[in-house]
Each structure stands twice: as structure tokens, then as C-alpha cells.
Design a protein around this ligand. Sequence first.
Ligand code: PHE
Length: 345
Amino acid sequence: MLQDKIEQYSQEIQQFAPTSAADVEAFRLKFLVSKGIVKALFEEFKTVSSDEKRVLGKVLNEFKQLAERKFEEAQTSFSIEVKENQRSEGDLTLPGEGFQLGSRHPISLVRKEIVEIFKKLGFVVAEGPEIEDDWHNFSALNFAPEHPARDMQDTFFIKKQEGNDIALRTHTSSVQVRLMEAGKPPFRALMPGRVYRNEAISARAHCFFHQVEGLYVDENVSFADLKQTLFHFVQELYGEGTKVRFRPSYFPFTEPSAEMDISCTICKGAGCNLCKYSGWVEILGCGMVDPNVLENCGIDSKKYSGFAFGMGVERITNLKYVIKDLRLFSENDTRFLSQFETELL
Ligand code: PHE
């Protein structure tokens, strides 16, 4: 009879007192799997008369719940026991697992190296916001109102605002303005940071990259100071004997302006792919701060003069480590990043 069987198994379940995880598993196999007793009793239930069904339906359901509850209780108590066993049996003489250290990003390494060189010359680090207004990114820096750099093609605008649009900074020269507006000369500062330009992403261009800009303003600062400072920088960064040359150029915020090339770090001037067989590679833009910029920042341009320079950190890094694709810098591929593990600057 179905009722007798239910009573008999209920007793067995109530008395079930497992002493190991294996007992719990045996219980599960006996009662709860699809070929187990609970299922079998439900099958048998289908064959009884409808009078009996009325009585036994409830009894059978309670039986099922009893079996499940007992199993869950047994299971939790054994899993705790297993953990405690493991803890006490742990072998304390085994070597520890240790931390796996990451590596510094090549851009951080080179940025730090640049900063260290200029720190020894008395330059301090200054930072500014990445979201800038038109005044700090363009107008104060002597960009004419119709200058193409303000165009949608170059700049990521955030908000159009009458006379003072908000955008992602396109260069760290904006920090120059903030620094000069906030203080009094002399200034000797280095401005590292991330900048944004609306360009298609390729191996040679990205919509964001990193710059380090330098600014030196004092009485009697001359182009000779600029040249000597940058010459010293290059000797420190790429080694004694690296040659420099200056080519006339144009930036709205410097007058005169120049671009500086160095003798190719790879072929030492003999000609290679990197320098396109010219022996020279361009590394930065520079010049004497335009008097208009000084005046825009409230500095007397008759008394003070200054020089500024700006370089792309990615480019400087390429010349050090020969990285062919700019995109590697922002993809976080550990196969690339782990190559810098030994560089612990
Ligand atoms: N801001 C310029 C650029 O982004 C670089 C530069 C800085 C040139 C300072 C001259 C002086 O290209």
C-alpha cells in the first residue's frame, strides 16, 4: 500500500544521520534523483483510486518536502565541515602564492622620464582640466577667431556657448594660460596631460594622445635659453651626441616658432624606415611666447619674455621603443604591456 510505504520511508528519513559527505550523496541517490523513491511514489500515486488520492496527495507532498529539507540540511552541515577540515589540514610550509605585479604603461614611463629631466632644471609640474573653454584652449593663446583648429574637424565640442564654447582640450597649452593667469612671473613649469582631437583612428593617428608642454617666463629669457634647454633635454633622454636642428614654423601662441628635429635614434642618422631615410625625426614644437599671450594673461610683455615647447609623449615613446602602431597604447593588450615589466622607473 502506498500509505504504508510513505510512512516507512518517512521514518527512515527522519532517522537519517549522516556521518560523511558520502552518506549525503547516497541519500540523494536513493530518494531524490529521477529514478529515486520520491519519483517512484509519485508514479504509484497515479494508479490509486480518486478517494485515496484526496487523502494521499497532501501526505505525499509533505513527504517530498521532508526528503528535500533533510537533504539540504545534511548538505550544508557537511560542506562547512569540509571547509574546516581543509583549514586545519593546510600545509603551512608550502611557499606562498605571491602577488603578480603589473607593469607601468610605456606612456607613463616616458612621461615620468621627461618630467624628471626638467625637474632637475627647476621646472615644476602643473596640471589643468581636460574639459576646457574656448578662452583657455584658443582665444588667450592668440588663435584668430576663424583659425581652422577651432573647426569641428579638429575639436570635440561639448557645448556651444555664445563666445566661449566648451570642448575637450586639443593641447596642454591651455594649462599655460591657467598658470599665467593665476600667478606672477617667473614661471618654470611642465604641463603633462591627455589631449583630444577629432581624427580617424589609425596606426599613425588617434583621437586622444598625451602631451608634455613646457613654459619658462622671466626677465630676459631668449631663444638661446630655449635652444640650450631643449638640447640638454635631448642629451639626457636619448644619450650624449644626439644632434638637434630647428626649423622655422608657425604657432599662433609663439613668435618666432620652430620645430625641433633630432638625429634619428634608430639609425643614428644613416637613414632608415623610421626617419624616412632623412636621418632626422621631428619631436616637438616650440618658440618664444607671443607678447599677445602674455598680455592676455595679465603679464607685462615689455618686462617679461618666455619660451614654450610642446611634445607628443607617444612620439617620444615610439622613438625609444619603436612601436609601430599607436593603437597599441590604448588597447590594454597584456602581451604588449608586459614587455615593459622590467622597466621600473
Ligand atoms: N601646442 C602645440 C601643439 O599642440 C605645441 C606647442 C607648444 C608648440 C608650445 C609651441 C609651443 O601642437
